[in-house]
Design a protein around this ligand. Sequence first.
Ligand code: MIG
Length: 679
Amino acid sequence: MIRKYTYGNPVETGAVIQKLPDETQPFSLMQLDETQDGIRLFLRMAREDAVYGLGEQVRGINKRGFTYISDALDDPQHTEGRHNLYGGHNFLILDRKKEPSFGIFVDDPSRTVFDIGETKLDELCIQAGPDCVIYTVEGESLKDIAKQFRELIGRSYIAPKWAFGYQQSRWGYACAADVREAVVGHHSRQIPLDAVYMDIDYMERYKDFTVDGEKFPDFAEFVSEMKAQGIHLVPIIDAGVKMEEGYPVYEEGMREHYFCTDADGKEFVAAVWPGKSLFPDVLNSKAREWFGGQYRFLMEQGIDGFWNDMNEPAVFYSERNLKKVMKELRSIEDDNLDLYAFWHLKGLVNGLENNPEDYRQFYHNMDGVKIRHDKVHNLYGYYMTKAAADAFEHIAPGKRTLLFSRSSYIGMHRYGGIWTGDNASWWSHLLLSIQQMPSLNLCGILYTGSDIGGFGCDTTQDLLMRWLEFGIFTPLMRNHSALGTREQEVYQFENTGDFRNIIRIRYGLLPYIYSEYMKAALDNEMYFRPLAFDYPQDAHAAQVEDQLMTGSSIMIAPVYRQNATGRYVYLPEPMMMVRMKSLEEKTCTVLEPGHHYVDIALEETVFFVKKNRMLPMAVLDEDVRNISGVDMERLEWIGFTDTEASYVLYDDDGISKQYAPKENWKKIVRTKEALDVTA
Ligand code: MIG
């Protein structure tokens, strides 16, 4: 049961796809106060109630105990005190033990605050509006509420099958030779790989939709050379367009008034990578169509995947604010700065970046309606990504193109995935990434993953290995690291064979991962779920913050602590533990429900299969190089049952949009004796 309540005069955000009538009854699930500054919602929470959702945020799966803010921001400090990350995902579910649970979605693209028991331990307070739409979702169970919400917001983006292979990225691959080296580094060690990413260095002076001809002479030829080796190249696209005479994207955009403007209608100038830049007005349908059309330049050269970056949009400084700050700096040049004066100086300089005041200085032309950016701030990444996705419908119709974004808003999941941005090579960020997955899935974002090994800081062999042991389960499995950090390709470390084994397990799991992804997308379900969603009656399951139900057959419990040789695992029901040293070396043990300490050596991958369920594992040749070497017909069935186990296998061509109709989903049943791998 979904109810819709409209307050003020909200903009059409495009978050939902169902047209619902406005409720005539007053809002009743929570206390609602309408004030001049907006809407305030209050609810008492019982001590045992939990809150799930909010997509990309810091902290745990149960969001209680902190204030989360939707206010898209480019900030790499994903630490416990950070209130906002890159997106605006205003959906949460209140899991109430004594009263009915419900979900609430606040469709408000400006700054929205969720105080979930921070100010008052047992009080939830949401601040939004004044112009917003609120949806409440009542249902029979957490899963049912989640599904109804997903039906409201529409089907999740479906990536091409190759994008479920292992992908390598690094900010610092500066030329064709660097990319070749990464490919050879994997292939010469028989480590499968499906894609290599191109970060900003491929462009000519950081100009979108250009390729530096010195670093990549004959780019189209290079793209096909890579394709011949089974490698897809995935270039980055940034939100800011460089101001440079003679650069067609800049000149065309100026001529047609496709960029965001200041209050007087002059283009708003902010600096990002290329220095002074303009922001394409992706909230304007004409400008959006134009910007999306630019992707053609790369697609015509064979590119079939993109990642959209810096689309919060990130601002290094605005021309206006820089002038002001410089002037003030000059005025204090000769002062004897005491503590506070020095702090003030530091604040002036640090405050140049992503300054909230700058977001109040520019405007969009939403198809005739002039609207100040801060009122729609969280929509920018969504509409930049929609620009690309809409264009792909013309440029490569009928074909899936890989697309994911850094910033997003509810609804963007129909057009692309996200990656979780600039994390660090910290063990705490491995745990964070585990915890972000179900929250993102709840908001419809299925094609997602974190920078494996960590983006900032230097990784270590053990961190990368443990991260991969989790990453083999995330739909987006990409190793990415920042310029200046330790080189992080798996072959940079000793015991490369162990890394190879883990990555090969991913390819072995591919039939399962792809099936589960596709079923979750086509059925509006979650691929990663908190344990409480599957075991609502189990009070302990709700406490588990570091294990995930993954697809329909398994539960994962990754190791995320340094030097740990194992971990505690909670089993809500009997499950079969599968321990893998490699794809070929597995041992299975049935464990009783309850708490266990499980030894998991550094190079081992462990997961748990539910009773009467099973999963397919592809049998791979030694020289498999990419997903085309995964034979969906050559499967081993792993399961645990006293009688028979079953599984619904999904497959399709992996590239067209002709998804297999439900009648073609293969239900496979195996008796205990017929299982290939069992306890
Ligand atoms: O200001 O393009 O999150 O993945 O490597 C940094 C360089 C800009 C941020 C992205 C990161 C990417 C980096 N970008």
